[in-house]
Design a protein around this ligand. Structure first.
Ligand SMILES: [Zn+2]
Length: 132
């Protein structure tokens, strides 16, 4: 039986995964232009500043794009069907995630969702989302 993949934090992403382990969603915010940034980077994509601080965000988002997965490889076969989405955080950045629900076929673009931390396999809690 194969296991589900777990994060491999590095220096750039460790603050994100450390917060997730505590059930907190943190992303970067630029001190130069005040924009939120995700995924973790060394330089702001908006103004090229390297003054990126880690801040807590609300975890509230809307579904920007969505697909329902009906076939998958072994580690995820027991989860079928499931929803994979790009959600837009209310702070602006978009994240790829799964939306956890027993009825993924009822999800729609622009539906409100909220972060929900859950472990995947033996790994730390990961930030999934669920209908709000
Ligand atoms: Zn910036």
């Amino acid at each position: 039986m194969s296991s589900k993949p777990v994060p491999s934090p590095d220096a750039e992403t460790a603050p994100f995964w450390d917060a997730a382990a505590e059930g907190v969603l943190k992303i970067q915010k630029c001190a130069g232009c005040n924009e939120h940034v995700f995924y973790p980077r060394l330089v702001c994509p908006h103004c090229m500043s390297d003054e990126l601080d880690w801040v807590c965000v609300s975890g509230c988002a809307r579904i920007h794009a969505l697909t329902i997965v009906h076939r998958s490889t072994a580690p995820f076969r027991d989860d079928l069907p499931f929803a994979v989405a790009i959600v837009e955080l209310e702070e602006g950045p978009r994240m790829m995630t799964r939306v956890l629900t027993d009825t993924p076929e009822t999800l729609r673009i622009d539906d409100p969702v909220k972060v929900h931390f859950a472990p995947q396999g033996d790994g730390p809690p990961l930030p999934f989302f669920e209908p709000a």
